[in-house]
Write a protein of this length. Sequence first.
Length: 116
Amino acid sequence: MTDVTFVSSIQGYQDARVAEVVERLKADRPEWNVEILPAEKSAPVLQKYKLKFGPAILVDGRVEFVGIPRYRMLVERIAMIASQRPNPRSAAPPAPPPAPKPAPQTPSASPAQPGS
């Protein structure tokens, strides 16, 4: 199930629009888990994603929009993520660190044997 979280603005900006879009998404796409994070709980989430202002939209824990896009654009992006198709506009997840290279093996010199 795809999780869609609307992070409210701590200033109360676009609250009515956020509520309208959330209700429409819940009605049109019941298979998606859609929720609004209230303003009092938004500040730590905004800080985590290094955002100064909201609203923002998280899809499966990743910021997909800052602000509220057109409804069709929002639905298309969420549907793309839900179907696990890569989206060129989504931020790429951080690459895993490269595996450490093993130290080069130096051949050990065996002591010379007398009389050989």
